[in-house]
Design a binder for this molecule. Sequence first.
Ligand code: FAD
Ligand code: NAI
Length: 488
Amino acid sequence: VVKYGLVAVMGATSYYTYTIYRELHPGQQNSQSSTFENGSPKKTLIILGTGWGAVSLLQSMDTTLYNVTVVSPRNYFLFTPFLTSTPVGAIDINSIMEPIRHILRSAKGEVKFLEASATDIDPENKTIKVVNSSGDERVLSYDYLVMSVGAKTTTFNIPGVRENAFFIKEAHDSIRIREKIMKNIEHACFLDPSDPKRKQLLSFVVVGGGPTGVEMAAELQDFVNESLTKWMPDIAKDITVHLVEGLPHILNMFDKNIITYSEEFILKSKINLILNTFVKGVDADNVHIEQNKVSKQFPYGILIWATGNQPRDISVTLSKKLGEHQSERRGLQINEKLQVLGAEDSIFAIGDCTYHAGLAPTAQVAHQEGTYLSGLLAKLNEIDQLSWKIAQVGTSEKRAIKLKEKMREMVINLPDFVYDYKGSLAYIGAERAVADLKIAGKDYQLRESPFAFFFWKMVYLSMCVSFRNCLVVSMDWFKTYFFGRGNV
Ligand code: FAD
Ligand code: NAI
């Protein structure tokens, strides 16, 4: 046992030392070129986005097979599962941001990056228009385009939401919420305890009882129960965290038992859970709700909106250009090979920008789609190579006939994407998490057990895109556990 134990420890140590070394010293990369060594032309691949789908594709693909350019307004990857922990200081926002250059420099072949947004796509001529934050424009040509632009938070056009609410989608959302929390708390301290404005400032409202809303409300209540109670007890006792959900239950994608347990747990943690209540409007001071067909309103100091996704403008633009092939308002329609309907020969789409029955907008799906697409692109390159060889040999040659047969077989045997659902996890506060798992085809649930929280942490740590990411998040947890959150 000691011998095997030592071998395992040495193996793990060498692996992690090598991983850290590779992250810090990325080594040589093959430069981009118009042709391969045999003279065949190399195709251009443009990837839009630096989120879960794009990074999974980039980390698993052989970037020497294409001239790859990544375009995104964000020059970093954001680890969204921990985003709701950041406005309250449980995890530092920088810890969940991984510079895209770190990821791209670790690839075998050179990958170019442009910090810009795609604003238009011409699928006929295979070009895209990109614009950077200074307003400079460029038109880029592609052979293959991968749409992995994610989605934006929907407001269902409810009046006042875009003007008054915060979203929790991007790093800057977290920073703004954090500033607002501290501003409201200090403002409340300044006021006389009898001032009604104080109650309003300390009313924190989260709308949407999906996993984003639940995790956000849970983190806010943890902040109140664990940090503010210690350092600012007079403020802590006056803060109310409200979680408003239109449907009869929260976390609707989970099993019934998990839903019941989570709702009871959330109520015990003192979150004011308001079910069966749709928000119908928002003004600068009040949330307008409808409960049992009766309209009411209540004041808020901070409003965080998390009612799901809607497509980004660039996805809508592409969808319109593809006309009758795209009829779904929820996202780009794709086939089993993740090709965009109406532009199957050249455009792929992965992650939250797509709509496909059975595929939820989750990191898990985007990650698996990215990995699948890397394999598909490698196979498409093999087919291109065969096609080039056939052109060299001449169509009447015996060898060309054999190559053609091989190529036909390869095209027929191109694999379809098959989603392997592994389960869902959500943090519900006070060091508790819930999990609906699928292991070897069987369903398992974790709820009351404190192990679920440990499991939640381990699963997401294992999904970090770099060792640095994983290490700094662990250090933040350690820091928060012993010294409290950074905010107060
Ligand atoms: P994203 O990761 O959103 O990336 C989109 C990229 O496209 C970004 O880099 C963006 O800057 C870029 N982009 C935007 N517009 C343009 C443009 N015009 N041109 C070029 N680039 C553009 N899922 C889970 O499975 N588990 C979780 O625990 C979990 N927690 C979450 C917590 C929060 C708070 C949120 C908001 C989401 C969470 N999700 C979770 C969902 C998960 O984050 C998404 O499903 C995932 O990010 C989708 O990946 P994506 O690559 O499609 O999009
Ligand atoms: P969601 O679509 O899952 O939930 C939104 C909720 O808002 C719904 O329950 C809806 O009934 C409610 N709602 C809509 N309009 C409302 C209104 N006007 N008033 C009150 N309630 C209203 O959206 P969410 O949570 O943003 O998640 C988006 C995607 O990201 C999902 O696919 C989710 O699975 C994924 N995600 C996964 C996480 C995890 O696995 N832990 C964490 C966060 C997100």
